[in-house]
Every structure is written in C-alpha cells, then in structure tokens.
Design a protein around this ligand. Structure first.
Ligand code: F6R
Length: 617
C-alpha cells in the first residue's frame, strides 16, 4: 500500500528519497512522486507506474534541496496517474503533502473548500490537506513564532480530518523544516548523522538511520537539520528514547533466486526449524503461558492468507487441545462482532501487523475484553512478523514469527510461520489442559521430523512445479480441493494462484464439490486435490474421481502409493501424520502459483493491485 519517505539534513534529498522509495516498492503501488525545497522554490515531480518512470523524469528535470518528501501511491481515490500521485500541492504551490490512509470526510471538506473558491487539481482525498494547511498558515501568520507556524497549521488542518492517516508536509515559507503526523497509520522517525528521516515503514531507514522512534496515534514530529522534536496530541513537547535500528534486520537480498517470492519459499526450511524448536519446548514463552491460562474458547481475526493460517489453527485448537474455536474475516467482524463470552482468547493474525481491518477488529475486542473482565489485561494475543508494527505495539501479548523480512507481496514464509505459531499455541494449551492424547504425541513426533521433510520437499518440488507450469499457460480457471486440516491449504493454493498469475481459482472442501462447483468442470478446468492419508483420505480420492469423470485434469498432492495413481500428475509429499501435513502440502501450492506466474512473465513480487501492508479499509 502507499509508502512515505521524508528527509531533511545536509544531503541532497532527492537521491535519498528515491532510495527510500525503492525499499517501499515491495508494498505495492501504482504511481510515485516527490517534492523538495530550496530557499525560493518548491520542486515537485510525479509519475504514473513504476519508480523507474519517476527516475527517468528526474533525470530530465532534476530537483534540488536538502528537505523533501516522497511517496508511492496505491490508488484508492482517483485513477493511478501522475495527476493523482502524491505529493499534492496547495493552489499557490507552496505547501506539499504526502499521505497514507483514507480521509473519510474528504467530500465534505472538498465541498466546503470549493465553495470558498479553492480550485482542486486531483481526484484524491489527500488534496484537501494542502489546501487546509495553506488556509491555516494564512490564519495563523503573524500570531505565532515562525518556527511553530507550520506545525500549528498542520495541527489545525488535521483537527478537521476524519479517518486514518499518516502525513508529511513541507512548506516553502520554512524550507528548513518538515512536519509529520500519524493517526492510525504507521509512521517512524529515523535519526542518522546530520540527516533525519521519516517513513511509513522501517526498511527505507535501514542503512541511513541508526535509531528510530515510532510515532503514536496523534503524535506529530518537527524535523529540522538540527534534530527532531516530538509533540503529543495536545501539542505538548514530549520525549522518547530512540530505539537502535539494526540494518541487517530490514535489508532484502534476492541471493541467487530470480524472485523474492522464490527465495522466501525456500527460506521456509529455516522458519520451520526455528518454530519446531519453539513448538516442542516443554515450557511455553512466558507471554504465551499467561495469555493461555483458563482459556475456554478462542476466536481468531484475520484477513487473506493470515485467515487461512487461522483456519488451520482453529482445527488444531479443537482437535489437539479440545478448545472450541472460530475464525472471522476481520473486515466482517468489525461491523458485527458476535457476543463475547468470558474466558475467550482473541487472536489477531497479521504478518504486517498493520492491516486496517484486523487492527480495527482487534481494537474493538480490546475494549470488549476490558469491559467483560475489568482489571485484567485484555485476553488478546497478536501473531505477527513485524514486532515494530501497530499490532506489535498495541497487543498486550505477542508471538513474533521471526521469519525475517518478507519482500514478495504474496505471503509464503510468514504463512508457514503463522501456521507453526498455531501448532505452538495448540500444543501448549493441550499440555496446560493435560490433554496427553495419542494425537498430541503423534503431532509432536511428526513435528520433530518436519524440518528435514520440508527441506526435502523444497528440493524436489521446485522442478516438479516448474515442469508442470507450462501446461497452464492457457488455463483460465482452476479448482483446488482439500478436506479437514488441508481445506485451508486448498483455499490458500487458490488465493496464491489468483494473486500472482491472475488465473481464476477457487478452493473448496472436496466434499462440497458435488453441491454446485462440479458444474464448472470439463477438460479445460484442472483440479488440484490434496490427498494426505488420514480419516478422509478415501473420501478425497473419491471426490477426485468425480472430477476425473468430468474430464478434468487431476493434479494430486499426496504420497506416492497405489491410491494416488488416479492423478494425472502427482506432486509427491512424504507420508506424514495428517495433522502436520499442511506444513508440507502448502509448498507445492506456493511453487505451482510461482512457476505459473513466472512462466507467464508476470511481476511475481509485485502483483498488480496488491499491497504487502493493507492499511486502508
Ligand atoms: C496473501 C496476501 C494477503 C494478505 C492479507 C492480510 O498473499 O498477501 O491476502 O494475507 O492482506 O495481510 P496481513 O497478514 O498483513 O494482515
């Protein structure tokens, strides 16, 4: 989703801004722009499409100045063209603003400004902001010290905004300062040597800032070449100790791989090894032990891939720990939460820790938990790969996936990490509840074998899927089938294919096929069927037979054995306990989607219309 970078100091801003924006590319965007200030001019340059277009424009018309703001935009209001790209300017071209988020009352504000004679030049919700700041500058001019003028004007403007936003503002009247403010959208200030930064995410700060301060909601910062001043919501100066930033944590490198996504799929062997240790530890992490105490039911809130991991999690919680569990789309939950019963644990799952719907649903739950069980910290656990995110800061208990930076927009290794986090939770809950069933023992034993098996699957599956991919060059639609704990993996397989190859795909519980979707099948619609030995193995195979009888090409994901000979192609998985099988069956799903997309020559790491961090509703 949109990205912000801003800088001020003794170095030319434009190269630093471009470098920062490059680090935000992975989040997804469709236009970009930047503005810089010299003592007598505000320079602005914007371009549609990839950052390379902005570079080209800047090569022809360079911009100067040591203070500047930059942006990658993911279109919400208005087409993704240069006119709607940020920065947005006021009428006099003196105030420039970049914004992440949504200004919900922008129509009303625009109407009012237009009635006052303001002429708008874009279709964005953001454009109201430079106009409001310009008006406030005029109102306040001469009544406050010049060094406070921009900050107070921005404060006056944001008082009129409703929604969620992070913004950075510069003004020709004070070319040696920039003002940033955050409200329900992430913003981090970075401190370097004689150079100060602000960004919507940490990667642009790696290598240029040695320490960071994450802004809280309502906080504002004034950056000058001399340093950074923080102000709380009421405008009072506030202090915070900056946290050291370790560059290595955020630098992304493709190594020998063609795409980040492929590299990240292969990194799953390391993620699994680390998590299996955490799962098998006899004493849980302290935060986990505390939050799991006396839990009688679990509700899980998530979106997209994270929701699929949650579905695997709910299955484990019920089958291993005997805890009734429900999974909700965060976007639906936030407007119709079911009644909250005592001793319910709420788990929020989000790799980015910023997803607007998930964060909003969790905020509601935080309040409801407080009201239901006053005096105790809300029974709320966050699972994220970004401990420095909004979720990381707000959730009372956190499980850090520690999967390392994930640059590909399509979630892969974080999905595996999320599933493994649920194995850890389910096993610890089972042991707290003294559930020492054969299932629990078998699951532990199978997990111990997982890292080796996963490495083996990764080694062999890559080529199998690459070979298979060319057969799908003309495919328009695919069906993914799974049952039980592998049903969410069918959903995930279909989602991955849609996301990066733009082929229509649907995941179904295999037994549901005959209740409608079977009408879609013919020789042009391949069916991918996950068939792992377990209580539903035979059923899955007969569901696959039903598809084969309709001439569908059958791709099986399962062990090599007589039963799986019905498949036209088999993507082989070692015979593992069904309860841990999603950790392996997910690999061919990811690799198949990857190779189909790569074969079609698509932008695998930055698929169209998608964003790594979905910070708008
Ligand atoms: C899948 C994907 C999306 C995200 C969803 C939630 O590859 O990238 O479906 O899973 O937007 O994102 P997080 O996990 O950051 O909340």
């Amino acid at each position: 989703m949109c990205g912000i970078v801003a800088t001020i100091g003794f170095r030319e801003a434009a190269p630093l801004l471009l470098q920062g924006l490059q680090h935000l590319e992975y989040r997804g965007y469709d236009s970009s722009g930047l503005a810089t200030l010299t003592s007598n001019q505000l320079h602005c340059c914007k371009a549609e499409g990839k950052l390379a277009h902005l570079w080209e424009k800047l090569e022809k018309t360079p911009v100067a100045g040591c203070c500047g703001i930059g942006h990658t935009r993911w279109a919400t209001h208005g087409k993704p063209d240069a006119r709607n790209a940020h920065p947005q300017l006021d009428e006099a071209n003196q105030v420039a603003v970049v914004q992440n988020g949504i200004i919900e009352n922008h129509r009303l504000l625009r109407q009012r400004l237009e009635q006052q004679g303001v002429h708008f030049r874009s279709d964005t919700d953001t454009e109201v902001i430079p106009h409001l700041v310009a008006q406030a500058l005029k109102d306040l001019g001469g009544t406050v010290p010049p060094t406070s003028l921009l900050r107070l004007a921005v404060a006056q403007a944001v008082q009129q905004l409703q929604g969620a936003y992070a913004l950075a503002v510069i003004w020709l009247g004070q070319p040696k300062e920039l003002v940033v403010v955050r409200y329900r959208a992430p913003l981090v200030v970075g401190l370097g040597e004689g150079q100060f930064f602000c960004a919507s995410d940490t990667p642009p700060l790696a290598g240029v800032a040695s320490s960071i301060v994450s802004l809280e909601d309502g906080e504002m910062a004034r950056l000058t070449p001399l340093g950074v001043e923080l102000f709380d919501e009421s405008g009072q100066r506030t202090q915070r100790t900056p946290q050291p930033l370790r560059g290595g944590d955020y630098t992304a490198d493709k190594r020998q791989f063609r795409h980040f996504m492929l590299k990240e799929i292969h990194e799953q062997a390391d993620v699994a090894a680390a998590w299996v240790e955490r799962c098998l530890e006899t004493t849980a992490e302290e935060s986990l032990t505390t939050v799991l105490r006396n839990v009688e039911r679990v509700q899980i809130l998530a979106c997209g891939t994270s929701r699929h991991a949650a579905l695997v999690g709910a299955h484990l919680l019920e089958q291993l720990a005997g805890i009734p569990s429900s999974v909700h789309y965060a976007s639906e939950f936030r407007y119709a939460p079911p009644p909250l019963l005592p001793h319910t644990l709420t788990i929020g799952v989000t790799q980015s820790g910023e997803t607007a719907d998930t964060m909003a649903a969790l905020t509601i739950e935080m309040e409801r938990h407080r009201a239901l069980e006053p005096g105790t910290p809300p029974r709320l656990l966050g699972i994220t790969n970004r401990i420095d995110s909004s979720l990381g800061r707000q959730a009372p208990h956190i499980l850090d996936l520690k999967a390392g930076v994930e640059t590909g927009v399509a979630a892969t290794k974080t999905f595996l990490g999320q599933m493994l986090a649920f194995y850890a939770i389910a096993l610890h809950l089972a042991s707290q509840r003294h559930e020492a069933s054969a299932q629990v023992r078998a699951c532990r034993e199978a997990l111990a074998q997982l890292p080796e098996q996963l490495s083996q699957v990764l080694r062999t599956m890559d080529q199998c899927c690459a070979d298979l991919a060319h057969r799908f060059a003309e495919t328009r639609s695919m069906i993914y089938l799974g049952r039980g704990i592998n049903y969410p993996i069918a959903l995930e397989g279909a989602l991955k294919l849609k996301e990066i190859s733009y082929i229509h795909a649907e995941g179904y519980p295999a037994g549901e096929m005959k209740h409608g979707p079977i009408a879609l099948l013919d020789q042009h619609v391949p069916v991918v069927s996950i068939a792992m030995p377990g209580p539903v193995f035979e059923k899955v195979l007969s569901n696959a037979q039903e598809a084969k009888a309709r001439d569908a090409r059958l791709i099986g994901i399962g062990p090599v054995c007589g039963d799986t000979e019905i498949f036209d192609v088999l993507l082989p998985i070692p015979p593992v306990h069904e309860l841990v099988s999603p950790l392996l069956t997910t690999v061919p799903m990811q690799l198949l989607a990857y190779h189909v997309a790569a074969h079609r020559g698509l932008d695998v790491d930055q698929p169209r219309n998608l964003a790594k961090s979905v910070t708008v509703e």
